[in-house]
Design a protein around this ligand. Structure first.
Ligand code: SAM
Ligand code: SF4
Length: 468
């Protein structure tokens, strides 16, 4: 086995030793680590183990405060918005936590046709979305990966009032290097995949059948993606399956491995917690649940450990928790989501989940989420600039590291937000948004403000899709 086919970099003993060494919290050490984190160079996994040991609420507050400062210095008030598009619930795996698992009769199954994908995409365009995440189970109808490639083409080809989706990210089963090469040609943004758990015995217990049983093939997926030239990858875990501290350190080790081998880690980290899913006993009672406080500590520790890596939170979480997580680390959220194929055309509020992958914690529509963010001074961003200017993966990190991210991303966030406000927002949302933009401009350095004002002027004059 090598790194293209197996997790040769995963040393469970080392992770266990780090956790053992930091079993009890050490306020002096935590203060030192926080000071180091504020230099924005990231943390070692040993540092993170010490942060994850924090239990005292006051000490936890100091971690949250440091994470909030780091978040603000790098990302400002920007929050990237996207929507998932589930295009198939067919699956050959038996993941005990998921409603799409093959033996589950409690769910209605469906693989969308290209016409149906076009319709779903147009409905999302009508809401104002510009970035989609394509999601599917692992059993593609017809000729395998070709179905996925056609689905991507269908999304990019969809038009609504002359508007189109500008970036398609995907969350799919692991591929071979050869299939990754074909995927790359389709101009995807991020290739996303969650390891679910890095604890091998747990992995074997919850993945009972199908190709996903192979832990090593999954854990080596990003090596193959990068060998095929896809260096914009998104990692994640399904929190609730095993000890969240072990999982988080293993995830950081995975990132380190990619940095050592390819010079770039991951672009985003997703932090889903297990949600109830139709026909899943396990999802109703996660074996290692983590409390809201632990979840927030985890988000804060990740923000400090990998300051330039996006953290994604989906609509699995409630609106209240998402607000807190945004303050201290999360940089991308989904909004107005449906987790069943055809769910946007079907309508409904997604509380009924007999066709959905799992139940949502935040059922608000996009415009409600935007209004709420704007009211709290955030700038919802629909920007796809980096990807389309050819700044994915390593290039993005090179741009991000010196702190330039704010100089490009802030103007682009403002211009895409203004597009949304003019073209899609309800009148009250528009008023809230315009005042959030005005407040944001007041806080900018002169040069960034000048670029932002130029882009905003262009959008207000009727131009669309302007970015720097
Ligand atoms: N089928 C592919 C796979 O498993 O990698 C990709 C799509 S799968 C629908 C996307 C992710 O949904 C999984 O990686 C898993 O982490 C998450 N998921 C499954 N069941 C869930 C549940 N009950 N609650 C929250 N997330 C869940
Ligand atoms: Fe299939 Fe993915 Fe659900 Fe597992 S998590 S059952 S692979 S859709």
């Amino acid at each position: 086995m090598n790194a293209d086919t197996g997790a040769v970099w995963l040393d469970e003993g080392r992770i266990a030793a780090a956790l053992e060494a930091h079993k009890t919290e050490d306020p002096g050490l935590v203060a030192e680590i926080l000071a180091k984190a504020e230099e924005l160079h990231g943390l070692t996994s040993d540092d993170v183990a010490a942060l994850l040991a924090v239990r005292d609420p006051e000490l936890a507050e100091s971690v949250f405060a440091a994470a909030a400062r780091v978040k603000d210095r790098i990302y400002g008030r920007r929050v990237v918005l996207f929507a998932p598009l589930y295009f198939s619930s067919l699956c050959s795996n038996e993941c005990l936590y998921c409603a799409f698992r093959r033996g589950n009769d409690a769910v209605r199954r469906r693989a969308l046709s290209m016409e149906e994908i076009d319709r779903e995409t147009r409905l999302l365009l009508r809401q104002g979305h510009k970035r989609l995440l394509l999601v599917a189970g692992e059993a593609y109808p017809g000729s395998g990966i070709d179905y996925v490639l056609d689905a991507i083409d269908a999304v990019y080809a969809a038009r609504e009032d002359g508007d189109s989706i500008r970036r398609v990210n995907v969350n799919l089963a692991p591929l071979s290097v050869e299939d990754f090469r074909r995927l790359r040609e389709r101009r995807i943004g991020t290739f996303q995949l969650f390891q679910e758990t890095y604890h091998r015995p747990t992995y074997a217990r919850v993945h009972l059948a199908g190709p996903k049983r192979d832990f090593d093939w999954r854990a080596s997926v990003f090596d193959r993606a990068m060998l095929a030239g896809i260096d914009d990858v998104g990692m994640g875990l399904l929190y609730g399956l095993y000890d969240w501290r072990f999982e988080t350190l293993a995830l950081l080790r995975h990132i380190e491995h990619l940095e050592e081998r390819f010079g770039v880690g991951c672009h985003t980290i997703s932090v889903p917690r297990m949600e109830p899913a139709a026909g899943s006993e396990l999802a109703l009672r996660p074996p290692h649940p983590l409390s809201d406080e632990e979840f927030l500590l985890l988000v804060a520790a990740l923000r400090l450990a990998v300051p330039y890596t996006g953290i994604i939170l989906s609509t699995r979480e409630s609106a209240t928790l998402r607000q807190k997580a945004l303050e201290l680390g999360v940089s991308q959220i989904s909004a107005g989501s449906r987790t069943s194929p055809g769910g946007y055309a079907d309508g409904g509020d997604n509380k009924d989940y007999d066709a959905a992958q799992f139940r949502l914690g935040d059922c608000r529509e996009l415009d409600e989420v935007v209004a709420d963010l704007a009211e709290r001074g955030y700038i919802p961003s629909f920007c796809t600039g980096c990807y389309r200017k050819g700044r994915p993966g390593k290039d993005f990190m090179d741009l991000a590291r010196p702190g330039l991210i704010r100089r490009k991303c802030t103007p682009n966030a403002l211009s895409t937000f203004e597009e949304y406000l003019l073209d899609y927002a309800a009148p009250e949302t528009r008023a809230l948004g315009e005042s959030a933009i005005a407040r944001c401009l007041d806080d900018l350095d002169d040069d960034v403000r000048a670029i932002s004002e130029r882009l905003l002027r262009e959008v207000r004059d009727g131009r669309r899709d302007v970015y720097c």
